[in-house]
Ligand binder design. Structure first.
Ligand code: ADP
Ligand code: MG
Length: 394
């Protein structure tokens, strides 16, 4: 799960991570009020679940999702230009994201822009700190062209981020004296935030040194481990479903493991490994998957029907491949769910079903007696070839 920058700032406050004052605004008038209260130079930032806003462009031609200005009236104008508009950045994909709120903050006099992040490194099963002197809007280019400027430091999960490590990172970032003390505190607090909030990533880019000699976190991008959300009610309360793929939101209501993709062959599979294999084989057969969907080992008829409805609600889907290997899963439950949903929605696209395993005979019978026009696959490759051919011919 992701949250917005203005929400991440609540966590900054809770964990004493220094940042600039400011607050969220939902209308141009609110933006002007916040700016008036702050006084001085102002920054206005589009709030979307994606980075690269500064260099992004709105679909209406307005350039940049991060702007500096001098007066409340200018802040209001900027808010008017951004709110309700679709911002495209290198992280949003070409479809962009609609801006529903903006952050209005105090502009600061920046002397250096640094990069600091903590993420969970699956390779070492440990948190890793990533830091660079080259923070700001071009960190991706730094990673690509001068990787030596990026420091990686693994943290022992049992010991946590040690004071010698925070000082080492600070030193590598060229932060000395009072700034080193501030940096050590900030890194320690961010690490606590990362751990206690069950983050999979916290990224601060830029972490800035101001002309007044302060160290401030000016941007925040946080990801949370979905599997830990059950013990993070305050984080769950920050969820903004308008930022998520509507197909994935619907799937999450039925506890389905669904990830939307941009191909046109939907797949409904039980088990994540089989789902991955099914997507690979669709690709191998010359097609392109429209989603990853694992209904799980113990899916109910209702979940299967919901999964089918979500698939059919996607206008890009031109064919469906059901690939079930029933172990715990009863093939007949899958078959019944499919028949129910297909009747309801008057299925008009090709459907190929490959069923194998637990109670397969009953499942095949349910499908055969349903009167649905579907094709059966003998094995996974045969099924994939059949759906690819059917979609091409349809
Ligand atoms: P994004 O990473 O999505 O482009 P940032 O919040 O990092 O958005 O803002 C982009 C750039 O805008 C920063 O690298 C910084 O140079 C500038 N900026 C952001 N916030 C402020 C601020 N409060 N005062 C001055 N400049 C800022
Ligand atoms: Mg940034």
């Amino acid at each position: 799960m992701n949250i917005h920058e203005y929400q991440a700032r609540e966590l900054f406050a809770k964990f004493h991570v220094a940042t600039q004052p400011g607050s969220v605004a939902f209308t141009p008038d609110e933006a002007s009020q916040v700016a008036a209260k702050l006084g001085g130079k102002i920054v206005v930032k589009a709030q979307i679940h994606a980075g690269g806003r500064g260099k992004g462009t709105f679909k209406n031609g307005f350039k940049g999702g991060v702007h500096l200005c001098d007066t409340p009236d200018e802040a209001k104008d900027l808010a008017t230009n951004m709110l309700g508009q679709v911002l495209v950045t290198h992280q949003t994909g070409p479809e962009g994201k609609e801006v529903g709120k903006i952050f209005v903050g105090q502009a600061v006099d920046i002397t250096r822009e640094l990069y600091f992040a903590i993420l969970l490194d699956r390779a070492t099963s440990a948190p890793v700190v990533i830091a660079s002197t080259e923070g700001g809007v071009d960190i991706e280019a730094v990673a690509e062209h001068s990787p030596e400027k990026i420091l990686r430091l693994a943290v022992n999960p049992f010991l946590g981020l040690q004071p010698y490590q925070t000082r080492l990172i600070a030193a590598k970032l060229g932060l000395t004296g009072k700034l080193m003390t501030q940096a050590s505190k900030l890194f320690t607090n961010l690490y606590r935030l990362f751990l206690e909030s069950d983050c999979s990533m916290v990224e601060v880019n830029p972490l800035v040194v101001t002309a007044q000699g302060e160290l401030l976190a000016l941007d925040a991008k946080f990801n949370f481990d979905d599997n830990a959300l059950y013990r993070q009610p305050a984080i769950v309360a920050m969820r903004d479903v308008t930022e998520e793929d509507p197909r994935e939101v619907a799937a999450s209501e039925y506890a389905l493991n669904y990830i939307g993709l941009d191909g046109n062959i939907a797949c409904l599979v039980n088990g994540a490994g089989l789902a991955m294999a099914t997507m690979d084989i669709i690709q191998y057969a010359g097609g392109s998957p429209a989603n990853f969907l694992d209904v799980g080992g113990g899916a109910t008829k209702e979940q299967v029907a919901a999964a089918f409805r979500i698939i059919l609600g996607d206008p890009n889907v031109k064919g469906i491949l059901v690939n079930i290997f029933g172990g715990i899963m009863d093939c007949n439950i899958i078959a019944t769910g499919i028949v129910e949903a297909a009747r309801e929605t008057s299925l008009a696209i090709p459907l190929v079903v490959r069923l194998e395993g637990n109670n397969v005979a009953a499942g095949k019978k349910t499908l055969a007696e349903s009167g649905l026009s579907l094709v059966t696959g003998d094995d996974i490759l045969d099924a994939a070839r059949k759906i690819v051919a059917a979609v091409a011919a349809h």
